[in-house]
Design a protein around this ligand. Structure first.
Ligand code: ZN
Length: 303
């Protein structure tokens, strides 16, 4: 009888180890590509990194798929932006955070670092101030080091090197935006994604839609932007890669109606990275590319 009991115990232990996914590589899941890129710079090849939202995906309106739910369940640790960026995923993520290692990086920031937009609430686009993003990288690194003590020293070294790169980027963006004459330093975009960028680098920002794309903009908003462009003699406006350019085209038509010529300054990467293996496919590349696009369009001499 005892022999059978031992056999049964061995069988159960084997079954448990199989279903516990011990052979699976350590998997880190992020919602946005910006967070995925931060994680990759910390862990390099030491873990598998999955980001749910690829190029051109709008996180404000993103709907979770069945595949996402499976990937979330199998991930060892999850990072999301929070501050209501992933509006339609929040309940799922908050529910998972009760039992699992699921972290909202934005909610780890100091209240004084956050921007608030009146009745709408907190602005979630924290990645656009590189100095704030450094705090996010530190937070992620701490959580990963605690989750993987055997790799902690390696993660710490990678984090120190990456923070140095981010500091250099922050200084570079500051210098480049300052090179635009003050009166021409106005950034008009499809939605209010650039509030942190504006505050950090001293450029006035105006969005056609609010801090979320979930609500549509109306004719009143278009008229407001058109009259601002004419009054301030603004030469360029910007599209965003993750937001439809329909409303911004209505602004262009509105300006043309009043005989005011305004150029398309280019496409900015606002809430999603560019395609993998391109410059814009990394966080630093996204910030650099946006900065070059803004400087090239706004620095032009006023005719
Ligand atoms: Zn946004």
């Amino acid at each position: 009888m005892n022999r059978y009991k031992i056999f049964y115990l061995f069988f159960c232990l084997t079954l448990f180890s199989c279903t516990n996914d011990t052979d699976e590589p350590f998997t880190i899941l992020t919602t946005t590509g910006m967070l995925g890129d931060a994680v990759k710079n910390i862990v390099k090849e030491d873990a598998r990194v999955i980001s749910l939202m690829g190029p051109g995906i709008d996180p404000h309106t993103y709907q979770t798929t069945q595949k996402d739910v499976q990937q979330l369940k199998h991930a060892h640790i999850v990072f999301y932006n929070g501050l209501d960026l992933e509006g339609k995923m929040i309940n799922l993520l908050k529910g998972m955070a009760q039992q699992r290692q699921v972290y909202a990086v934005g909610e780890a920031l100091n209240q004084t670092q956050l921007l608030y937009d009146g009745a709408i609430g907190v602005d979630p686009h924290i990645w656009f101030d590189v100095s704030i993003w450094k705090e996010v990288v530190r937070f992620i690194s701490q959580k990963l080091q605690a989750a993987r003590p055997e790799s902690a020293a390696y993660y710490q070294d990678n984090t120190i090197a990456y923070l140095r790169t981010l500091e250099a980027l922050h200084q570079s963006v500051t210098r480049q935006i300052q090179s635009i004459p003050k009166q021409q330093r106005v950034l008009i975009t499809a939605h209010d994604a650039f509030g942190y960028f504006g505050k950090a680098y001293d450029i006035e920002v105006v969005g056609l839609q609010g801090i979320s794309t979930a609500s549509e903009c109306g004719l009143k908003d278009i008229k407001r932007i058109v009259s601002l462009i004419i009054k301030r003699n603004i030469k360029a406006i910007f599209f965003e890669t993750s937001v439809s350019d329909k409303s911004m085209r209505a602004v262009l038509e509105g300006c043309a109606h009043y005989g005011h010529k305004v150029a398309i300054g280019g496409y900015l990467y606002s809430d999603a990275l560019g395609a993998p293996n391109t410059v814009e496919g990394s966080y630093c590349g996204m910030i650099r590319t946006n900065t070059i696009t803004i400087v090239n369009a706004l620095k032009k001499d006023i005719i």
